[in-house]
Structure formats: C-alpha cells, structure tokens
Design a protein around this ligand. Structure first.
Ligand code: AGP
Length: 619
C-alpha cells in the first residue's frame, strides 16, 4: 500500500525521493507525488497519475525540482479515485486546484494509512473556513495540523500531538511547515515508517529497501510518536511533547538484495534465492544438531503448558500456516487450527490462556494479522510471531518472535517468504514434538537441511516447465487439487497463478471436487494434481481421473519413483524424494515457476500485478 519517502541533507532531494519511491513500487500504487523545498522558499509540489515514470518524466528525473529537503509518496487509492487531485502531497492552503505547483500553503504533507473519522473532522474544518479540493482523508489531516498550528500558535510537536489525539485510524505522516525550513516532521500510528541516518543526511521511508542504498542505520518510530528530522539528526517526542530516546539499529540486509541482480524480475530472483533463504533460516533456528528457540524466548516449560495452537495469517502466510497445521499435528500431537486473520477477529474466538497463537507475516505490518495478535494479547493469550521484517509492528508486539531470514522480498507474489515460513513452522513443530513427546529431532533436522539442494535440482530443470506453462497463457480456468499437505500447497499454487496471471483458478481438496466444483471442468481444462503424499496418492489420482473423464487435461507434480502416474496423467513434473511432511517445500517450486512463466508469456507486470499491494495495511 502507499509508500512514503523523505530526505533532508546535502544532495538534491528530488532524485533521492524518486529513487526511494521506485524501491517502494512493489507496495502497489496508482499515483505519485513529490514536494521539494529550496531553503526557505515555499514547497514545489508535482503530482501525477499512474506509474512513477510519469512523475520522473515530468521533473526530468527530479532535476527540475531544486532543493535539498523534500517528501514523496506513492498512493494506493482508498478515499477517492486515482487522480492527480487525490494524489499526495496534500496542502493546507485553500487552493481551488489540485494542490500542484508552487504552493504557498503553510503545511504540506503525505500520509500512509486511513483516517476513519475524516468526515467529522472535515465538517469541523469547513466550519472554520477550510475548503477541500480532493476526496482524500489525507487532505483533512494536513488541514487539521494547520488548524491547530495556527489556532493555538503552538509548535509542530504540539500541533501534531493534538492532531494525533483527535484522529482515529492509522497513519504514517510526513509534513513540512513553511515557516520551519530545513525540517521534516513525522508521526506514526500503525502504519510502517522508518527513519535512516547518515552523515549529514536524514531519510524517511515506509520500508527498508527505499533507503538501503544510502544507509543501514535506522530508527523505528513507535506508535503515537513524533520525530523531527534535520540534516543528519533526528529527535523523537511522545504525545506529551517530551523528548524520548530511541535506539539506532543496524539493518543486516545488503543493498544488492533489494536489486534485481541480473534477473528480469524480482520474482524470479526471489524464487532462486530460496535455497539460501531456507538454509539461513534453518541455521538461525538450529544449534548443535537441535532446534534452538532460545533467541525467541519460548521455554520448554511453556511449550509443555499449551493445550492447543492457533495459527493466524493472511494470503500466502496463511497458506504456510495450513501446511503447518498438518505438520504440527502429525509431529507434535497437539491440536492445531489455522485461521484467516480477517475472520479470526470478528468471529469472537474462544481464547484460553493455555493456547498459543502463532501469527505469520512477511511484512509484519498486515493490518488483519496485527489486529488478531492484539486481540489474542488482550485476552491474555501468548503470541508467537513468524515474521520477516525486523522491527515491524508484529515483531515488536508479539511475545516471542521467530525471524525468517528471507531478506527483502520485493515481488508482490510471495515466494521466498513462504518457503522460509514453512521452515519456521517445521522447526516449531519439531521442537514441540521433541519437548512434548520425546521425538528424536535429528532425522527431521537432517531432512530440512537437505531441502536447499533439492530445490536447486528443481530449479535446474525449469525450462521444461516454461515450455509447458507458456501453452496455458490463454487458459480460462486452472484447477489445483491435492489431499492433506498436497491440498495445502495447492492453495499456494493457485494463489500464485491468479495473482500474477489473472487466470481464474481454484485450489480444491481433491475429494471435495465431486461435491460441486467438478461441474466446471470442461474440454481441456487444466487440472494440476499435487501428489507427494503416498498415503493419499492413489485417491487423488482417482479424483484426477474423474476430471479426465469430463475432458480435463491432467498435470501432476510427484516425487521421483512414482512413474506409474504416467499411465494416467498427460504431463508430469518430478521433484526429489524427501520426508513427506516437508514435501510442500519442494512441490511449491514448480507451482511458483508455472505462475511466473504464464504471467511472463502473457506479457504482464510480474512483479507488480494489478490491484495488489505488497503490504496490506488496511483491513
Ligand atoms: C502473496 O503472494 C500475497 N502477495 C499476499 O497474499 C500476502 O502473503 C499477504 O498479503 C500477507 O502478507 P504478509 O505476509 O506481509 O502478512
């Protein structure tokens, strides 16, 4: 969702802002804008609809905007259509136009998040003579800051604090005051924002990749906190206006990890990074041949005390939880239920203190997952987070954190985050099995350690999948079926395909097809069966045969050795043999590759599919 950047220092701000926004493009957006100040002159605002390249062209790659202090934004429309008028930055002035050009306004700002009570606040401001040119909640909040700033003749800290107390919702706010040159002010509640510091320079961004090229030293600004940025300096304040100390944290990700590194798309690069990401994650969770959760703080006594586990997440992270549910129950013998975060909160779940809630999130900022975490904590339930982004809201609010070491995931379609989430699930399940049932850990740890090489083997043969996938670029509908863990990984294969190829697709528990969905199978409908679980392989094959009888074209993903499937299926992809409980880690690779190749052959924007955002910070 929206991306924000800010810069103050010695360089010209606009090129730095454009570069930062380009790194945040993966978050999803439909318009973009910049506001740059040259010394004490008023800010110049430039906005455009559509791709960032439009804004870059309008400003000659930022060169026509002079000034070393500025803010920038990519907007993912919530209130009001994607348009220049609704694009950020917004201004406090009562200008009749779009808020572009040389603005005399006293406050100029950008915002990520949603202001829930903006209608009521807008009415209040209208009573005080403010007029509005856009349909956004952001224009309201910028004008509210201006209102308090002038009415009470107070400084930026107090004006921002008053605004923060008055608004309901979420925000990462970044503003410049016309009478405070050389300063950028930010405030945050529930929307991601980091502040980077280098020699004589300060940066603001929604996410690390935007500033990684310039600095790895960052501050995480907390909820209800305010910060003032000047050249190379930052001061933090709480709502009372008291200055507060914050710890400077060094980011471990390297700058190259946020670049494409020779690949055509981030998604393909990230698919290939999976063996390393998995190995790094395994290494961080094992020590001397045992699962070691000491870094996350979960003790053996606590592991013994839980009577059930509830895994809560969204999208791909939820899919890793569905795999986790099977693995966990089978290995550790504890009841596990996996739930969609967006449903969990509103079904009024019965939460007991002897439960463990596991939330899973790549970004650590997904609004529904964060809300589920908070609900569990409010009910006295311990929460363990499996999360990729260090310092994210979910990481900070959970009782225990298991970090996945996937590095920055830029493509909207999640691949390496999923693979590392699976590893975290396996590690947790092995640990629970060992502590609660005395299960020997070594064979399972050996099995997960063998996964990276097996993934390399699958990747080495990707061309055959490219050839097969390209034949399906015009498919109307594609079905994925499986049972148990094979069903769980089918869910992920189907999501990958639909999000980047825009082909309708369903993942179905193989045995359930005949209860209705099989009516959708027509001549040549592609049905992909995942066949890694020997216990149910024949049953799934039977369900595939039922599809073939209705015209379906059958593709299977199975392990080497199961050559008998060729008697029935039209096309087979083999994956190396592994411990079946961990087979999702291998079966997902051909599914990711297929989704990628179908999207590629359709000429679509693989990394930035339509309508989607990388980090979903609204409910
Ligand atoms: C997956 O490809 C998606 N882009 C999406 O489903 C994603 O997994 C979901 O929005 C959850 O995100 P999170 O892991 O950052 O919480």
């Amino acid at each position: 969702m929206c991306g924000i950047v800010g810069y103050i220092g010695r360089k010209q701000a606009a090129p730095v802002l454009l570069d930062g926004l380009a790194k945040l493009e993966y978050r999803g957006y439909d318009s973009a804008g910049l506001a740059v100040r040259n010394g004490s002159e008023s800010a110049v605002v430039v906005k455009s609809k559509g791709r960032l390249s439009n804004l870059s062209e309008m400003t000659d790659r930022g060169n026509t905007l002079v000034g070393t202090c500025g803010i920038g934004h990519t907007r993912w429309a919530t209130h009001g259509e994607p348009s220049v008028k609704n694009a950020h930055p917004h201004v406090s002035g009562n200008c009749a136009g779009s808020g572009s050009g040389n603005v005399e306004s006293d406050v100029v700002g950008v915002h990520n998040g949603i202001i829930e009570n903006y209608i009521e606040l807008k009415a209040k401001l209208e009573r005080h003579g403010y007029t509005f040119y856009s349909a956004t909640d952001t224009e309201v909040v910028i004008k509210l800051i201006d209102y308090y700033y002038k009415k009470y003749k107070i400084g930026p800290v107090d004006a921002l604090a008053k605004t923060m107390v008055r608004v309901r919702g979420s925000y990462a706010l970044e503003v410049m005051f016309s009478d405070r040159p050389g300063e950028i002010w930010v405030a945050r509640k529930d929307s991601p924002m980091i502040i980077g510091i280098a020699d004589g320079e300060s940066y603001v961004a929604s996410d690390v990749p935007a500033i990684l090229k310039y600095t790895r030293n960052v501050y995480y600004i907390g909820n209800f906190e305010i910060a003032k940025l000047t050249e190379g300096e930052v001061h933090f304040f709480n709502l009372d206006g008291d200055e507060i100390e914050k710890e400077l944290v060094a980011i471990q990700w390297d700058a190259e990890s946020a670049e494409k590194g020779g690949y055509q798309h981030f998604m393909m690069k990230e698919i290939h990074e999976q063996p390393k990401a998995i190995q790094d994650t395994i290494n961080s969770l094992t020590k001397d041949g045992h699962i070691d959760l000491s870094a996350c703080g979960l003790s053996d006594e606590e592991i013994k005390s839980f009577s059930s586990v509830t895994i809560v997440a969204c999208g791909t992270a939820w899919h890793s939880g569905v795999v986790g549910q099977y693995v966990f129950e089978r290995l550790a013998g504890i009841p596990v239920r996996t739930e969609l975060a967006s449903e969990f909160r509103y079904r009024h779940p019965l939460l007991g203190k002897d439960q463990l809630v596991v939330v899973v999130s790549q970004s650590g900022e997904t609004a529904d997952t964060l809300a589920a975490l908070r609900l569990a904590k409010e009910n006295g339930v311990k929460v363990l987070a499996i999360v990729n982004v260090v310092g994210s809201s979910i990481a900070r609010e959970a009782d225990y954190v298991l970090y996945t070491l996937a590095g920055p995931e830029i493509a909207v379609a999640s691949t390496k985050a999923y693979s590392t989430q699976l590893i975290a699930m396996y590690a947790l399940a092995i640990k629970f099995a060992s502590v609660r049932k005395g299960v020997e850990e070594k064979p399972y740890i050996d099995s997960i350690n063998a996964l990276p090489n097996k993934i390399e083997e699958i990747l080495a043969k990707k061309e055959r999948l490219q050839w097969f996938s390209s034949k399906y670029s015009n498919a109307k509908s594609i079905f994925f079926i499986g049972r148990g863990i094979d069903y769980a990984v089918s869910l992920e294969g189907s999501l990958k395909l639909k999000e980047i190829s825009y082909i309708h697709s369903e993942a179905y528990a193989a045995g359930e097809l005949k209860h209705g969905t099989i009516s959708l199978i027509e001549e040549n409908t592609l049905v992909i069966g995942v066949l890694t679980q020997s216990e149910v392989l024949e049953k799934t094959i039977s369900n595939m045969v039922e599809c073939k009888a209705r015209g379906g074209y059958l593709m299977g993903i199975t392990t080497y050795g199961n050559y008998q499937v060729e008697d029935t299926l039209n096309f087979v992809t083999y994956i190396p043999k592994c411990e079946e409980l961990f087979a999702a880690s291998l079966a997902v690779i051909p599914l990711q590759l297929m989704a990628y190749y179908v999207s590629l052959s359709k000429g679509l924007d693989v990394d930035k599919p339509r309508n989607l955002a990388k980090s979903v910070t609204v409910e």
